[in-house]
Design a protein around this ligand. Structure first.
Ligand SMILES: Nc1ncnc2c1ncn2[C@@H]1O[C@H](COP(=O)(O)OP(=O)(O)O)[C@@H](O)[C@H]1O
Ligand SMILES: [Mg+2]
Length: 338
């Protein structure tokens, strides 16, 4: 990325990044434990397999993949919790696992599956503790807490122990905790997992807010397509530890998305409706659904064609469903570059 000709270095760089786990086979039965000791048969799981990507400062990138794809393993390496088997990572000039002590002060991390807060302490006491750990100046702390309290609606449960919070409340508390020390980067591992629609939406809005208003670089993993649709322009898709796609969500849709739908409400009940380049896929009186390949026909051209032949009352465009699009990518059928 460049701004006015000055190259801006990436804030996250992952080069040929890999993490392998050796998993020992477990034999069951009476002699199982003995066989486990003697044979030590193992298989190698390539959780992350030679992945390359870069993230520019201020980006909000979705890291997407089905269960077991290697998302959490990547985040753990990026946050310094795991040491890569091979390859390199640089984040904001640091090597996460090596420079851990200094590095963690620059980043925020939220893991949807487990809280980083003290289980038995009221939320506010956890936050106070973090102020001391990160040596956050009093005014910054108060200012941040004030803002996050309002945006994340924390007031009603600040005095509740973490263990007694609902999943959505816990996630909001965790996100607040991850941001109190003004990190430049935020890593979120499945921040909306298990939440209902309203709670998901709240969290998405907050993530968008801190990215846009505070300019915090965000990398979030999810297996929820709607997180990606609502939040990210750019998406990285992995499966079986390998990178499948890195680019704009729009392009992904164009390239792999298949058919787009155009629903037209006509003024009259026309008899034989036919338009070149689109098929009528269903019809209920004056409501007619057309399907067309988005790569070949552009929507406004098509609308033009229809409106010169018929009188239109209203219309809707339906994008190819992102979930289907991504499933097709996982299935590997459309990977060849078109
Ligand atoms: N500590 C570990 N030991 C052995 N295998 C692991 C370990 N952590 C993850 N894996 C394996 O690595 C793969 C990727 O896991 P993970 O990164 O958690 O995927 P995701 O977060 O995308 O669901 C899975 O096959 C998982 O079983
Ligand atoms: Mg995971």
């Amino acid at each position: 990325m460049t701004i006015w000709g000055t190259p801006m270095p990436a804030i996250i760089h992952a080069g040929e990044l890999s993490k392998h786990f050796k998993v020992f086979k477990h034999h069951r039965g009476i002699f199982g434990p003995l066989r486990n000791l003697v044979t030590r048969e193992s298989t190698l799981v390539r959780a992350v397999d030679r992945i390359n990507f870069e993230v520019d400062p201020g980006e909000l990138v979705g890291y997407l993949g089905p269960n077991g794809a290697g998302k959490s393993t990547t985040i753990k390496m990026l946050t310094g919790l795991l040491v890569p088997t091979s390859g390199e990572i640089r984040v904001d000039g640091f090597i996460p696992w090596k420079d851990r002590a200094e590095y963690v002060a620059r980043i925020g991390a939220v893991f949807g599956q487990r809280s980083t807060l003290w289980w038995d302490l009221p939320v506010i006491e956890s936050l106070d503790l973090l102020q001391h750990i990160y040596k956050i100046p009093q005014d910054r702390f108060e200012q941040n807490l004030g803002e996050f309290k309002e945006l994340l609606e924390l007031d009603s449960f600040l005095n509740t122990p973490v263990r007694a919070l609902s999943l959505g409340q816990r996630m909001r508390a965790d996100i607040c905790a991850a941001l109190l020390h003004d990190p430049k980067l935020l890593f979120l591992d499945e921040p909306t997992i298990g939440l209902d629609v309203v709670a998901k939406e709240r969290i998405r809005q907050f993530i968008q807010h801190i990215n846009q208003i505070r300019g915090i670089t965000v990398l979030l993993t999810t297996h929820d397509m709607s997180d990606i649709e609502k939040l990210c322009k750019r998406v990285i898709i992995i499966d079986h530890g390998k990178l499948l796609y890195d680019g704009k969500l729009d392009v992904l849709r164009e390239r792999f998305g298949g058919k787009r739908k155009l629903i037209v409400y006509f003024v009259e009940n026309y008899e034989n409706i036919s338009i070149e380049g689109a098929q009528v896929s269903s019809r209920e009186g004056t409501r007619v659904t057309f399907e067309f390949v988005s790569k070949e026909h552009n929507t406004s051209e098509l609308i033009n064609k229809i409106s010169t032949k018929y009188r239109i009352r209203d219309l809707e465009v339906r994008e190819p469903d992102i979930e289907t699009t991504i499933r097709r990518i996982y299935e590997g059928r459309l990977l060849e570059k078109s």
